[in-house]
Each structure stands twice: as structure tokens, then as C-alpha cells.
Design a protein around this ligand. Structure first.
Ligand SMILES: Cc1ncc(COP(=O)(O)O)c(C=O)c1O
Length: 379
């Protein structure tokens, strides 16, 4: 679709890559930025340890203008799990308190909430959002019905992992504010995929992965926390920023920016990452990828005689399609080894699905190859 952009990715051309949503992929200019930062830091490691916070500040500024928030309200984390574990383990949850969520959340976060529920006596409630999802109102009504006087937290993905659906988060965050309920949003798939404007959305907590749809190097994610809550956040790892000898203006930054010696170079590529996206008119790239995704989903559903799991308005660059599988791992491996196609196959609510992701490097040809493989395997 975008041959010039495709040529900048380092992906193995023998493989059809339809799994950008899981681990992203990094084009050469961003990868070179990572290597350049590593080289720069390596010139004088002892000095650069002291420059870390200035470098991070610059990177936070770039990210903050991209997602529209204050640079001091956001910290880098290696992944959304670290960001959300930090928050979930900081919460003051008591017996009977309820965390309201859905049955579409990323499973490791379900596990984190269940871990916390076990330790605090709070309840993690997963509202079933049934498929096909046809209207925003259906979602909102179904979800809000489960709010009780014990609901303390709303936890939702803005784009779901297994089902690839865009949930109407802006409306939910607004309702949460009105009802004095904390909103914690898992936006792992959002930055670089659909528009993200933190000030407009106004969540209490938001995490996003930059290494997915922004194509940053692996291990680049962020945690945003609303100013009014920052002093309630506890560090996941106690280090120099706790009880600091030289506290800065922000306990939030002191606690979360230094978890011991680490390679921060991936975080420092943020300005170069955003420059790459802007130079390549990423808004248009996403728009064209979405078009290809909708066409692909339609063709796949037709071939496999399946009903779409949602209306098109809930989709971005990913689609999930139900499939029969007695062994999801064996089937996923077969797609790779027999057809050279990378697609994830997983279980969601006791049913099997596969998911396609469309990025700038994908073409209609990739989808034709997938259709051939699906036809061969299932028809
Ligand atoms: C919606 C969602 N949330 C959270 C995560 C967690 O990401 P990680 O395992 O990198 O922390 C993922 C991973 O793909 C995801 O899709």
C-alpha cells in the first residue's frame, strides 16, 4: 500500500506479517535512533547517568504534545502491564468495593485485578458485552446498568486485544467523572492507531504502548495519571526517588522515573518516532490501513461464511474473526510453518478467534495469500 514506507521496515519479506497489534515493528529511521542513543550513552556512561532526567524530560515533552497532556503527568514504562500494575497495586481498595470492567479485557490485566481482589476482598466484575456489537448505546446501557453504590473504579480497554473493538471511552470517562468513579483506561493499542487526546478524554489514569502502533522500539509505553491522583501512586520498585535526598517538584516523577539502572534508550527515541510518523503522514496511513482492514474482514467473513462480530464503526486497523480450532497453538504454528503467515489465534469466552492487523507495510496481496490459506485449511 505504501511501498516507500514498507521498504523502511526490517521485516522478513518471506513472511506475511499480519500481527502488528501484538508486538509492533520498527522502521529503520526509528531503529537507528535507538542505536544512536545507545552509542551516545555508551560514550560516557558515568556522565550520562546524570543526564538521564534531562533526556527523559525532553522525551516526555515530545510524547506529551503528541497525546496532549502535561509533560509532568506522564512517565515512560516498558509496557502497559508495568504501568497498570503500578496503579492497581497503589489503589486503596477495601472489602466489597467493585471494579467494573468487561469480558473483553487483556487477560493479564484480568489476572492482575483478580490478584488484587483476592488480597483486598474487592470484586472484579466483568460485564459481558455480547457480540455482534451493533451500537454505542447498546454498549453504554449494558455497561452502566452494572454500576452500583460500591463501584469505585471503571477499567476498560479503549481498543480491545482479542476482539479488536474500539469502545466509546470518552462517554464512559465523562459518566465516571459525574458519578465520582475512578476511570482507568487501557489504551495499549491506541497511540498511532486512532486519535488520542488525553485532555479531551480526561481519564484519571491512561496507559498506552508506543511500540505497537507508533512503531517505537520494543519496551516503550507510558503511564498518564491525573494531577489530583499523582500523590497516591506508589512505586512498584523502591529506589533513589523514594524518600529522595534531592526531591524534584513531583513525587510522581521521583517515584516512577528511576527503578534502578536500566537501558532507557528506547524511551529517548520519542522525538524521532513522532518525526517519522509526521513525515509519513501517519493519519493518512491509518486511514488507508483501516480501509484495507474493512475490506479484508469482509472478504474473510464471506469466504468462511461468518457473521461480522461488530459494526464497522468499532474497527480501526484490526479485525477478529471466529474460527473453529481444537488446538489454537498448533493452528497458529501451522499458519506460520505451512503458509508463512503470522496471525495470532486465541480463545475468547470459550470460542476461538484469529486476528488480523493491518499496518503500512501490508498490501491486498497479503490478504489474498491469507484467503488462499484459509480456503485451503477450512473449506
Ligand atoms: C489491550 C492490551 N492491554 C495490555 C496489554 C499488555 O501489554 P504488555 O504485555 O506488553 O504489558 C496488551 C498486549 O498486547 C493489550 O493488547
Amino acid at each position: 500500500m505504501f511501498p516507500k514506507i514498507k521498504s523502511q521496515f526490517m521485516l522478513d519479506p518471506k513472511i506475511i506479517h499480519l500481527n502488528h497489534g501484538s508486538f509492533g515493528a520498527t522502521p529503520k529511521p526509528i531503529f537507528n535512533s535507538l542505536v544512536n542513543w545507545q552509542k551516545k550513552l555508551e560514550l560516557n556512561p558515568s556522565k550520562h547517568i546524570y543526564d538521564t532526567f534531562d533526556f527523559l524530560k525532553e522525551s516526555r515533552s515530545s510524547l506529551a504534545s503528541y497525546i496532549n497532556c502535561d509533560k509532568d503527568d506522564v512517565v515512560f514504562t516498558p509496557n502497559p502491564s508495568t504501568a497498570l500494575n503500578t496503579i492497581i497495586k497503589s489503589l486503596d481498595l477495601n472489602s466489597g468495593d467493585e471494579v467494573l470492567s468487561t469480558n473483553h479485557e487483556y487477560e493479564t490485566l484480568d489476572r492482575t485485578w483478580k490478584y488484587i481482589s483476592k488480597n483486598t476482598g474487592s470484586k472484579y466484575i466483568q460485564v459481558p458485552i455480547s457480540l455482534p456489537l451493533k451500537s454505542e448505546n447498546d454498549f453504554i446501557e449494558c455497561f452502566l446498568k452494572k454500576i452500583t453504590s460500591n463501584t469505585k473504579i471503571i477499567f476498560l480497554s479503549q481498543i480491545t486485544s482479542s476482539t479488536g473493538l474500539i469502545f466509546p471511552i470518552e462517554k464512559i470517562c465523562k459518566i465516571a467523572k459525574e458519578k465520582n468513579i475512578l476511570s482507568i483506561i487501557d489504551g495499549a493499542h491506541v497511540p498511532g492507531h486512532i486519535d488520542l487526546d488525553i485532555k479531551k478524554l480526561n481519564p484519571d489514569v491512561y496507559t498506552g504502548a508506543c511500540h505497537k502502533w507508533m512503531c517505537s522500539p520494543k519496551g516503550t509505553a507510558f503511564l498518564y495519571v491525573h494531577k489530583k491522583l499523582q500523590n497516591t501512586v506508589k512505586p512498584l520498585v523502591i529506589s533513589w526517588g523514594y524518600d529522595s535526598d534531592m526531591p524534584s517538584h513531583s513525587q510522581f516523577l521521583d517515584y516512577l522515573q528511576w527503578y534502578g539502572t536500566d537501558d532507557i534508550s528506547a524511551y529517548l527515541t520519542m522525538s524521532d518516532t513522532i518525526r517519522f510518523l509526521e513525515k509519513n503522514n501517519w493519519e493518512n496511513v491509518s486511514k488507508q490501513c483501516k480501509k484495507l482492514n474493512l475490506w479484508a474482514r469482509n472478504e474473510i467473513n464471506k469466504l468462511l461464511k461468518k457473521e461480522p462480530i461488530s459494526d464497522e464503526r468499532f474497527l480501526g486497523q484490526m479485525s477478529s474473526i471466529p474460527i473453529k480450532s481444537n488446538d489454537i497453538l498448533a493452528d497458529q504454528t501451522e499458519f506460520y510453518s505451512k503458509y508463512s503467515i503470522q496471525i495470532p489465534i486465541f480463545k475468547w469466552n470459550d470460542k476461538e478467534f484469529f486476528r488480523i492487523s493491518i499496518q503500512a507495510y501490508n498490501t491486498k496481496e497479503d490478504i489474498f495469500r491469507l484467503l488462499e490459506a484459509l480456503d485451503d485449511k477450512y473449506n
